[in-house]
Design a protein around this ligand. Structure first.
Ligand code: ZN
Length: 554
């Protein structure tokens, strides 16, 4: 059990941090015993506590440093630390100091210690020179700048603490964000922005299509970025265009039900726009005219119902829901009237969002949001691939977005070749295999059609995700799995630990994989493990006894 000493203003951050690092903890009580004491508040009185490991986090000099005779060498704001060969960005204050112990974390610029470990007898004291919970606050509110998008910073903060505990030979129990039977989660989603080219006659979308299909394809072939067969397909699509407008040829963009074949044995979510010709608004006035869509959900009702019959999830691709709860309810009703769903999830069109949006969306009745990501790049805006609860909300969860097709391939954004895109996605998948979590993909409806033709790449991606052991599923199911994980509580049971599930209300009977219980440094359970931990399936409530490694089922 970790005892946490923190400022009351940070309690909300502490609680969320320990939903993501799902391990037994409680706010420090002087009458209790703890294996680990996490001290994020200046409080000398806890120094006498008998914990085996004491971790002190502070981005400035504290009274504890005087007691421990730690000499501060510099005060810094923003920067990056080196941790086990990788980079850990820091967004608030941090200090460097002279350490008498082992240096754990170094300031990248000065190479001086920002984290150190001092062992005295059976007790270990770790001094970490930044404010953990302030870093979590920045990540979950402002998020990371695009230049740090590739770094799962929040997961690294969890890893630093986990490593400290495990390396100090303290037993640790956690429920990792990895579903039973899989190595990580891949969440498959589609924003439906342009489901019909027929809706775009003589407008910028049509001219853009013509330019990219005719000229862009040639340039792409000349540069070796586009296969010749794609050029042929695109030119054939252009030749068909007059017949599509006359209604005698099939609409090339209305065939996005081909996703059902590409994703034949996995689940996915389609986010549909509620109303046509509405650009929506910004806090300061109308949104750009070009944000308005040529379709509304009613125009593709038949297709949406096909998806529902095929077991797919339909969410709202919101226009004004992010800024106005009443509008959010109207937009939601427009979708649920067609699909028969309720308490659906949402992703905003063009990823419009502000600090108030989580609460605005919760008030409108959405169960989750999946807007928090980048338009221009791929990666971790909030430093995590885990579903989390925004600080202001009580029930609405955020499923962060990581990989959007347009960010990968648009000339104005990353402008990657297919090989480069494979590598960049591979980096994110590797992190997911290391830390767990859900990598959320957004492949737009028309991306499998001319002129983009990114369907083959997407089909290959799904195969690769499955080959690497991913649970590929819809946004709603992935959020349900994280709700399930959040429902587990750890309680003291004598000198042992009880792992109990408070509620089993998986939304609408969704069939989600189970949870796994991971133990480190727990005698027999870890003895035969080649790794540092042993996993078992969390079947019903469990008691972990203090004197042996046995996990006993109730
Ligand atoms: Zn959109």
């Amino acid at each position: 059990m970790i005892g946490v000493v923190a400022y009351p203003g940070d309690y909300v951050l502490v609680r969320e941090f320990f939903e993501l690092f799902k391990t037994p903890w409680e706010f420090y009580r002087s009458e209790e015993q703890y294996e680990v004491l996490l001290c994020a508040r200046e409080d000398v009185s806890v120094l006498g506590a008998s914990a085996k490991l004491v971790v002190v986090y502070a981005g400035q000099e504290t009274l504890l440093d005087e007691v421990d005779k730690i000499e501060i060498t510099s005060h810094r704001k923003r920067g990056a630390l080196s941790y086990k060969g990788g980079r850990l960005p820091i967004y608030g204050n941090h200090i460097t100091f002279l350490t008498k112990g082992i240096s754990l974390l170094k300031d990248e610029e000065s190479q001086q210690a920002v984290g150190s470990l001092v062992k005295s007898g059976s007790k270990v004291v770790a001094r970490i020179g930044y404010d953990l919970f302030q870093e979590i606050r920045v990540l979950l509110t402002d998020g990371q700048p695009p230049e740090n998008a590739g770094i799962p910073t929040l997961e690294l903060h969890i890893a630093v603490l986990r490593d400290l505990i495990v390396d100090s030979d303290v037993p640790l129990v956690e429920i990792p964000p990895i579903p039973e039977g899989h190595t990580f989660i891949a969440c498959l989603t589609h924003d439906v922005d342009h489901p019909s080219i027929r809706q775009h006659k003589w407008d910028p979308t049509m001219f853009g299509f013509l330019y990219r299909a005719v000229i862009g394809s040639i340039l792409g072939v000349l540069k070796g970025r586009v296969p010749v067969r794609h050029l042929c397909t695109n030119w054939a699509a252009v030749a068909r265009l007059p017949f599509i407008y006359l209604g005698i040829a099939k609409d090339i963009w209305y065939e996005f039900d081909r996703y059902l074949a590409i994703e034949k044995d996995v689940d996915s979510t389609f986010f549909a726009l509620p109303f046509k010709n509405k650009p929506g608004r910004l806090a300061s006035g109308l949104a750009p005219r070009s944000r308005a869509s040529g379709y509304g959900a009613a125009d593709i009702a038949e297709r949406l119902q096909t998806f529902v019959s095929a077991g797919r999830e339909i969410g709202l691709h919101g226009i004004d829901a992010w800024i106005d709860s009443a509008k959010g309810q109207e937009e939601m009703a427009q979708i649920t009237n067609i699909t028969g769903g309720q308490n659906i999830g949402v992703r905003m069109h063009w990823l419009y969002f502000d600090d108030h949006s989580p609460l605005t969306l919760e008030k409108a009745g959405f169960s989750y949001d999946s807007t928090v990501g980048y338009n221009q790049t791929i990666g971790y805006r909030t430093g995590t691939a885990q579903v989390y609860k925004p600080l202001q909300t009580t029930s609405l969860l955020e499923l962060p977005l990581h990989v959007m097709d347009t960010a990968l391939f648009y000339p104005d954004y990353l402008n990657l070749t297919f090989e480069e895109a494979d590598r960049r996605i591979g980096d994110i998948v590797n992190y997911a295999r290391q830390f767990g979590g859900a990598v959320t993909f957004n492949w737009h409806d028309r991306s499998i059609a001319p002129e983009r033709l990114w369907g083959e790449f997407y089909a290959g991606l799904i195969c690769e995700l499955k080959r690497k052991g991913a649970w590929c599923s819809s946004a709603g199911s992935v959020v349900s799995w994280f709700q399930y994980r959040r429902s587990v509580v750890f309680k003291r049971a004598g000198h042992g630990l009880e792992v109990a599930r408070t509620k089993m209300d998986i939304a609408s009977g969704k069939n989600v994989p189970g949870l796994r219980l991971r133990v480190y440094n727990l005698g027999k359970a870890c003895e035969n493990s080649s790794q540092r931990y042993a996993d078992s399936t969390l079947n019903g409530d469990m008691i972990i006894s203090p004197d042996s490694s046995l996990v006993i089922h109730n």
